[in-house]
Each structure stands twice: as C-alpha cells, then as structure tokens.
Design a binder for this molecule. Structure first.
Ligand SMILES: C[S@@+](CC[C@H](N)C(=O)[O-])C[C@H]1O[C@@H](n2cnc3c(N)ncnc32)[C@H](O)[C@@H]1O
Ligand SMILES: Nc1nc2[nH]cc(C(=O)O)c2c(=O)[nH]1
Ligand code: SF4
Ligand SMILES: [Mg+2]
Length: 242
C-alpha cells in the first residue's frame, strides 16, 4: 500500500481561508513542496526544520489518525501542505474519505496536475504573486484549468491569490482576467510570521485587510471578487495546528 509523508493531522477547526471559509474541517498537512515562497507560513513542510516529525502513513492510517482526533465531530477534510499535488496516489486517501461520507478539500499552487483533482469537492488553486519570488508556469496552469473546466468541475474550483503589495495586485488581475470562469479570491498576506503576540498580529492583519479591501474597491478589473483575511491567523496567530 502507498505511504504518504504527513506532517500534521489536526482539527476539528474552521477552514480559515477561501471558498469554504468557516467550514468545520479536519486538516491533513503533507510534507514536501516544489516551491519555496519567500513568505511561506508553512515552510516547515519543506525547509527541513520539521523533518523528524514526518510520518509515512497509508490512507487507512491517516483515516485512523483523523478518527482518533476528530471522532464523530467532522465530515470534511482539507488536505494541504507543502504541495499535496506532488503525491500521485493520493486518490487512495480521497476515495476512502468519500466512502466514509467526508467531503474533501485540497490546497495547491497550480504547479502540478493530478487526475484525482477531478474528485475534490473544494479545490483551491493558489498561484503565487511576485512577492513570493516564485514564477508561474502559465502553460501548466492553463492546462490544469482547462481540464477542470472540460470535466465540469468549475463550481468545485476556486483561485486564491495572496496579496502583499501593488505588484501582487497587478498579478492577481492578470490571473482573474485569464480564468474568468473561476471564483476568485484575494487573501491578505501575513509577513509577520515571527510575531508571537496574537493581538498585535490581529491588529496588523486587520490593517492589511482594510488596505486590500480599499485597493479592490477602487479597481474595475476586480469586480467579481471576494476579499478575505486568514481567519485562523486573526483568531489564533502564527501557531501551528489550528
Ligand atoms: C501553506 S499553502 C499549502 C498549499 C499550497 N502549497 C499552496 O501554496 O497553495 C496554503 C495556503 O496558504 C497561503 N499562504 C502561505 N503563506 C502565507 C502567508 N504568509 N500569508 C498569507 N497566506 C499564505 C498559500 O498561498 C496557500 O493559499
Ligand atoms: N484553520 C486553518 N485554515 C486553513 N486554510 C488553509 C490552511 C493551510 O495552511 O493550507 C489553513 C490552516 O492551516 N488552518
Ligand atoms: S507553494 Fe505553498 S507550501 Fe509551497 S512554499 Fe509556497 S506557500 Fe509554502
Ligand atoms: Mg496555513
């Protein structure tokens, strides 16, 4: 049976971001990423700092760990990372979760395609703006979005761009214009990843949220758009596993 590198299993909590914000969910966070975003809030998944915590688990073992933690208190599981789209056989986990009556969400950056994307209930694709120092492979992203559209998965899919500055906002406009059929979200970037005072962080992030709302309100290229903060960061700061 295939084993998957898992760094965290936590919840129940709320989905703090994007298309199903507020949804009660469990999280499975896989290790490993093909990107290294300058502001990654989950860098421990790929920078080696948590390598001793990585567990290689089969799908039944992951489900067992979810049940141990979540009991009867969940019917939705969000798979994030790192980039879970590096894991070719993740359909084994997704299918088993569906069989036990769970909805499944996935967070990925749109750098890799997997056929099992077509089975994800809430698929968030989050291309990375210039502030990340990553560069978007538009051919790959075009092909991913085309396959999802051809398969009729549009309503199960959204795009989410994290914004730190005006250049990022220009990038977001480009993404939204290129894929007008997909629900589009812009999200407040958190650059204060070392802030340990939750109240300071929340006040700062609310300021950034207000800045982002103001920018979007004044842009005719960003009309059919939702603007959101990371709700979990407002509530629980920079800690892991929330
Ligand atoms: C940690 S990533 C993991 C999934 C996938 N690698 C991706 O980037 O989409 C989950 C989400 O957190 C966002 N994110 C990461 N660091 C962030 C930060 N400092 N501020 C706001 N959002 C951030 C990413 O853009 C992505 O949408
Ligand atoms: N509550 C909560 N919501 C989230 N939405 C996306 C997350 C992620 O790290 O992928 C995340 C997370 O880590 N916690
Ligand atoms: S793609 Fe996602 S997990 Fe990977 S470095 Fe960027 S934000 Fe972090
Ligand atoms: Mg996160």
């Amino acid at each position: 049976m295939n084993k998957f590198p898992v760094l965290e299993i936590f919840g129940p909590t709320i989905q703090g971001e994007g298309m199903v914000v507020g949804r009660k969910t469990m999280f499975v966070r896989t290790a490993g990423c093909d990107y290294s975003c300058s502001w990654c809030d989950s860098a421990f998944t790929w920078d080696g700092s948590a390598k001793d915590e990585i567990q290689k688990l089969t799908a039944p073992e992951i489900i067992n760990a979810l049940d141990q933690r979540g009991g009867d208190y969940f019917d939705h599981v969000t798979i994030s990372g790192g980039n879970p789209a590096l894991l070719k056989n993740l359909n084994e986990l997704i299918d088993s979760l569906h069989e036990k009556g769970c909805e499944v969400a996935l967070e990925t950056q749109g750098s890799k395609w997997q056929a099992w994307f077509l089975t994800i209930d809430d698929l968030t694709i989050s291309p990375k703006p210039p502030s990340s120092k990553m560069s978007t492979n538009w051919d790959v992203l075009d092909r991913i979005i085309a396959k999802l559209e051809e398969a009729g998965r549009t309503t199960h899919t959204s795009l989410k761009v994290v914004i730190f500055n005006d250049e990022d906002l220009e990038y977001a406009k480009q993404v939204h214009k290129r894929y007008p059929n997909l629900a589009f979200y812009v999200q407040v970037g958190n650059e204060a990843l070392d802030e340990s005072d939750d109240q300071n962080l929340a006040l700062h992030l609310l300021d950034q949220y207000e800045w982002l709302i103001d920018r979007v309100m004044h842009s005719s290229d960003l009309n059919h758009v939702r603007v959101l903060p990371q709700v979990h960061a407002l509530l629980w700061g920079n800690r892991r596993g929330v």
